[in-house]
Design a binder for this molecule. Structure first.
Ligand code: F0G
Length: 428
């Protein structure tokens, strides 16, 4: 381990300085990974984190920068662009645990990343990527997105006073995400194509125009997203659960979780590694299909799903995610749109709420409980990646199309301003 942070190519091992702005390895085109000087060991590190959590001063108020030894140790407090982010709740729900098939409520906890400043986990990676973009002298920043990354990029770029450019699939971005992206001032391009075409275009356009690309192929994004796991492990007293489930699209987050567990283990923060469960939507499940054949080949599909956040057919962080699943003895599975929407309705009705893609994690957990892969006494943390308000249209459409065997909310009733009408509505 070097005494400074470095960027290292995952494929050929080429080394670049921490401030290098190459989007991929200049030698072989592989994805870059950050390595940091070895931090102090477990017990000491745990107490540093705990002290900062108690103090909540300056950048320590961020649930990302509190773990800076494992994220970007060289960044100074005045360089950090923070909202602040993180500090998301770990919650339980009797109704959700029961629906997923657990006997006890505490067997299923949800880590709600929708509580971040722009309403999704993307803020954790974005605070680091924008901080680094500033440090390395970026003129402008860009991303391709299904909506959440663009909302987050737009907000953090605005805070850093950097111009931002986003590439999103025309007609396939949920209303809340689009509103955020536009309101925070990004130059928004509606690309006639899906996310995969947006990313290909964003990669070549940003290279040609000298703009920094901040998709999760950017290693600084991955460093920030690792803190979802550091924070949830700390909330559990560093006593790891048996499983951690998450929705998977472009596979940046699956990769970040794998790396976080590797780091936590190496630093002696945990002594046992949970199994990862990555869940895709059935209509956008190239990674799940490949897992079924022991990752023998890289699969691509033409994606379609109601969970627009994970409507991705050619995930970019493939090799890193394969490593994450293999190292954790993990599972990749897929769930139908109907299962996603049912899980979402249960999570929403429990007063927790999330966007459709997020509910895939809980739907996937139910599937694995039913198949016996998740066993009787085991504990699972499912990550809810985005807020309910990201996609209000999905709520309206689901409850309007009432199906007898599905959980449904009370439909709104229009009334005259009369008590008698209120009574009638209550009886109905
Ligand atoms: N959940 C939500 C709410 C997301 O927005 C995304 C990805 C994922 C899960 C999957 O994470 O791509 O790292 O596997 N959204 C990206 C975006 C693609 O542009 O906002 P992943």
């Amino acid at each position: 381990m070097k005494s400074v942070s470095m960027q290292v190519c995952e494929d050929c091992g080429a080394e670049l300085g921490e401030l290098s702005c190459e989007p991929v390895c200049p030698v072989c085109g592989g994805l870059l990974d950050l390595t940091h000087p070895a931090p102090s060991r477990g017990a000491e590190l745990r107490s540093v984190f705990a002290d900062r959590r108690r103090a909540m001063r300056g950048v320590d108020a961020s649930g990302v920068w509190r773990y800076r030894e494992l994220v970007l140790p060289s960044a100074t407090s005045d360089e950090v662009v923070t909202h602040p982010e993180g500090n998301t709740p770990l919650m339980d729900s009797r109704a959700v645990a029961r629906w997923a098939g657990f006997a006890r409520t505490d067997q299923l906890l949800v880590k709600h990343e929708g509580h971040n400043p722009t309403g999704s986990f993307k803020d954790r990676g974005m605070t680091v990527a924008i901080t680094q973009a500033k440090r390395s002298g970026a003129r402008a920043v860009a991303c391709a997105s299904t909506g959440n990354t663009s909302a987050s990029l737009a907000a953090y770029a605005a805070r850093a006073e950097l111009p931002s450019l986003v590439f999103v699939p025309q007609g396939k971005v949920a209303a809340g995400k689009l509103a955020q992206t536009i309101a925070h001032g990004a130059r928004t391009l509606f690309v006639r194509g899906g996310f995969d075409e947006c990313l290909a275009l964003a990669r070549s356009a940003s290279a040609e125009l000298g703009i920094q690309l901040l998709n999760s192929v950017n290693p600084f994004r991955i460093e920030g997203q690792k803190t979802i796991l550091f924070e949830l492990l700390e909330q559990l007293g560093w006593d790891a659960p048996d499983w951690i489930a998450l929705p998977a699209g472009n596979l940046g987050n699956t990769s970040a979780f794998g790396k976080a567990l590797r780091d936590a283990r190496a630093a002696g923060l945990i002594d046992r590694v949970p199994r990862l469960c990555a869940v895709q939507a059935e209509g956008a499940a190239p990674f799940a299909r490949s897992f079924d054949h022991a990752f023998a080949e890289r699969v691509t599909v033409k994606p379609e799903t109601i969970a627009t956040a994970i409507r991705i057919g050619a995930p970019a962080s493939w090799n890193r995610a394969v490593r994450a699943i293999r190292e954790t003895n993990g599972i990749v599975t897929s769930v139908s749109d109907a299962e996603i929407l049912e899980a979402k309705a249960v999570i929403d009705a429990a007063g927790i709420g999330c966007e459709p893609a997020s509910a895939a994690s809980v739907a996937g957990v139910r599937k694995l409980v039913r198949s016996g892969a998740i066993r009787g006494g085991e504990q699972v943390v499912a990550v809810l990646t985005g807020h309910l308000l990201k996609d209000p249209d999905a709520v309206v459409a689901y409850h309007a199309a009432r199906q007898p065997d599905r959980p449904h909310a009370n439909p709104p009733i229009e009334i005259e301003p009369l008590v008698s009408e209120v009574e009638r509505a209550m009886r109905g």
